[in-house]
Each structure stands twice: as structure tokens, then as C-alpha cells.
Design a protein around this ligand. Structure first.
Ligand SMILES: Cc1ncc(COP(=O)(O)O)c(C=O)c1O
Length: 376
């Protein structure tokens, strides 16, 4: 049996008629940039997260930049970022000319560890970026308290966590603004590049809208700096169709996660992802950790991955090299050992196939093979 890491074709087949018609409508109307399909989607996406405003953008990376740029982050400022995230979280700060300052993750939820944040604050710190990684919300209450105490901007990188919940509320408006990615493999994925920003602040919303489109308040009147960070009409149309299915797909992911957890609960050699008591995890990724000491855990993880590959099970590493160990950030002076929890996860983490349409047979095949590997 082959178990892909992700299968977007199954999903497309299930919504083909709706999606094809929506795309055709954009073409018929030649509304290729922004337009009705994007504004309808913005309204629906804001509503789905109980947010007042949504600005559709060209990608999650661009949203990260747009948020910090429009909040006034400048060269020489410092922005606190988890070391355990995808690199695009850091581009938001670096594209503003600011310095990313990394913080280790929490061993329970793998998100930025609030206990470590205060030690990273300096007189230059301007903002904290919370990432709801793998689909699990970060500890926002503690981060809100720290941001308030030190007068810092708090924002969310919600690229992996559409519809996730924290303390019963949807993520996305637990800070000044949140950025989302609709990269095709995300829980809500476009058919190309796309992203969005949510906020409850009207003034900020107006600013975001201007800066997304060359800083213009109306055509050719450029009141502020900006860029071309507009969402395409076809992406708005696809996302509008897919958003209607997102609740069901999210439940599908949660169902896959609970089956994995049940079937793997007695495998002593691995550590399963934990869901914090006050959150709703939306399982963009299902990351297990292979137990072992610092000397052998990477090798053990790689052997398990190799075994699963040979059996036809595709897996991933999120993320094999933490941000502070990336070549592009060498000049910041971090070294191996600075963020032990993040480094441990990089060496021992393995992402299992995760998408709503995984069948029971496929789930069983994955878990049986993990058990077989450890029975040798
Ligand atoms: C945590 C995180 N932030 C930002 C991004 C960037 O999103 P995009 O690929 O849409 O630019 C991603 C997606 O890859 C992500 O996982």
C-alpha cells in the first residue's frame, strides 16, 4: 500500500464541480485581481474566525511582512520569534530590516515558550510573533500578559491553524493581527499562492488594505509605502468554495489524529503529540518524537523514516534545521545548544501522513508499520 503525506487530488475530486464553476466565473468576469470573489471570501473568512476584518493577500509570507511593516516595525528593532517554526515567520521581521530574536519552544505544545520570552526582551524589542505551529495554538494568555507588561506588539502567525481555538475562542484575533497562509497543502489551501490577515482594529485594517496595494487610498494616490500583496481572483474563488468544507475537513483531521493516538499509545519508543487542555488543535501536522538520548535520537528517527519510506509511507521533517542554525542567520551568533527543546524536536520529530481523507486502512497500515519496526 502507498500512503502519501498529503493527497490534494482526492479533495479536488470531491469539490470539482463547485470549484470549476467558481474559477470559470472569475474568468468570465475577467476579475483576476481582488474583485468580488476575494471580497466575498474575506467576509466569510473573517466570520469563520469571529474577526471584524480580513485582508486577502498574495501569501502567508507576504502577510507576515505586511503585518509587521504596517505596525511600524523598522530597521534596528528586535522581534521575538520561536526558533521552532518555518522560516517564513522570520521573513516578516527581516523584510522590515529588523532583527529576529529566537526563543525556544515548550516541550508540551512545541510552540514558543512564554517562560523564556522575557529573558529575550531588550530595550530594542518591539514585537512578539506567536506561531500556532502544527495547528495547535500557542499559550496566548501568557504572551498577552508579557506583551502588555513590556508594551510590545503581539501578532500571530496562524499559517498552520485555520479554525483552531484557544480558551473557546477562534485564533486570529488574540493579538493585534494574525497572518494566514493558503499554500495548497495548508488546512485551507488555494490553487496557487495566497494568504490573509485578520484584525479587529479598523484603523489597522484600512492601513493593511492600502499597503497591500501600493500604499494607495484610491487609484494612483499613494498615501503611504506599500507593495503588491494582492490576492488573485481565482484564489479567492477557490478559497470561497473550500471554506464551506473546512469545518468538516478539520473534524476529519482531528479524527485521524485520535486514531493515530489510540493505535500508537502503547509504542514506548515514541512520544505522541499532546493537545493542551484549553485548545482545539486542528492537526495541520501530526508530529511524533522518537525517544532516545542526544547521541542516537536522530539516527533512530532516520531509521524509522527510512523503514516507512520502504513500506510506501511518506513522512516529513518539520523542521529538520531550527531557525537559529540556518546559514542565513549565522551572523546573529547563535550556536547549537542554545535552544535544546527545539533542537531535540529537529532531531527526533517525524510527521506522519495527515489529511482528512486518510482511510482507516491507511491509518492502520502506517501504525502497523511503526509497530513492526519496533518489534524487530
Ligand atoms: C508557520 C508558517 N508561516 C508562514 C508560512 C508562509 O506561508 P506561504 O507559503 O503562504 O508564504 C508558512 C507556510 O509555509 C508556515 O508554515
Amino acid at each position: 500500500m502507498q500512503v502519501p503525506f498529503l493527497d490534494l487530488k482526492i479533495q479536488y475530486k470531491s469539490i470539482k464541480q463547485e470549484v470549476d464553476a467558481a474559477i470559470q466565473k472569475v474568468i468570465d468576469n475577467t476579475a483576476f485581481i481582488l474583485g468580488e470573489s476575494v471580497s466575498n471570501f474575506e467576509k466569510a473568512f473573517a466570520e469563520a474566525h469571529n474577526a471584524k476584518y480580513c485582508v486577502g493577500t498574495s501569501s502567508g509570507t507576504d502577510s507576515n511582512h505586511l503585518v509587521l511593516w504596517s505596525l511600524g516595525i523598522k530597521p534596528d528593532d528586535e522581534v521575538i520569534i520561536p526558533a521552532n517554526t518555518f522560516i517564513a515567520t522570520a521573513w516578516g521581521a527581516t523584510l522590515c530590516g529588523a532583527k529576529p530574536v529566537f526563543v525556544d519552544c515548550h516541550p508540551g505544545n512545541y510552540n514558543i515558550n512564554p517562560e523564556k520570552v522575557e529573558a529575550a526582551i531588550t530595550p530594542k524589542t518591539k514585537a512578539i510573533v506567536a506561531v500556532h505551529l502544527y495547528g495547535q495554538p500557542a499559550d496566548m494568555k501568557k504572551l498577552q500578559e508579557i506583551a502588555k507588561k513590556h508594551n510590545l506588539i503581539l501578532v500571530e502567525d496562524a499559517a498552520q491553524s485555520h479554525l483552531a481555538e484557544y480558551d473557546g475562542a477562534k485564533i486570529g484575533t488574540l493579538s493585534s493581527a494574525s497572518s494566514f497562509s493558503f499554500y495548497p497543502g495548508k488546512n485551507l489551501g488555494a490553487y496557487g499562492e495566497a494568504g490573509a490577515v485578520l484584525t479587529n482594529d479598523e484603523h489597522f485594517y484600512q492601513n493593511l488594505k492600502m499597503m497591500r496595494e501600493h500604499g494607495q487610498s484610491r487609484k494612483y494616490y499613494h498615501d503611504t509605502y506599500g507593495h503588491n500583496y494582492r490576492m488573485e481572483g481565482i484564489q479567492g474563488a477557490v478559497l470561497g468554495v473550500k471554506l464551506k468544507h473546512l469545518n468538516a475537513w478539520t473534524e476529519g483531521r482531528r479524527n485521524v489524529a485520535s486514531k493515530y493516538k489510540e493505535l500508537l499509545k502503547d509504542v514506548e519508543q515514541i512520544h505522541l503529540p499532546e493537545e493542551m487542555p484549553n485548545v482545539k488543535h486542528v492537526y495541520h501536522l501530526f508530529v511524533i518524537q522518537v525517544k532516545g538520548d542526544a547521541k542516537n535520537r536522530e539516527e533512530s528517527r532516520n531509521k524509522l523514516q527510512q523503514f516507512l519510506t520502504e513500506k510506501g509511507v511518506a513522512t516529513g521533517l518539520h523542521y529538520a534545521i531550527p531557525l537559529h542554525q540556518q546559514k542565513c542567520f549565522q551572523h546573529l551568533g547563535y550556536k547549537k545548544g542554545d535552544f535544546p527543546v527545539t533542537e531535540q524536536l529537529a532531531e527526533s520529530g517525524l510527521s506522519l501522513p495527515m489529511f482528512p481523507e486518510l482511510t482507516d486502512d491507511q491509518i492502520l497500515y502506517v501504525t502497523d508499520n511503526i509497530k513492526e519496526f519496533y518489534s524487530k
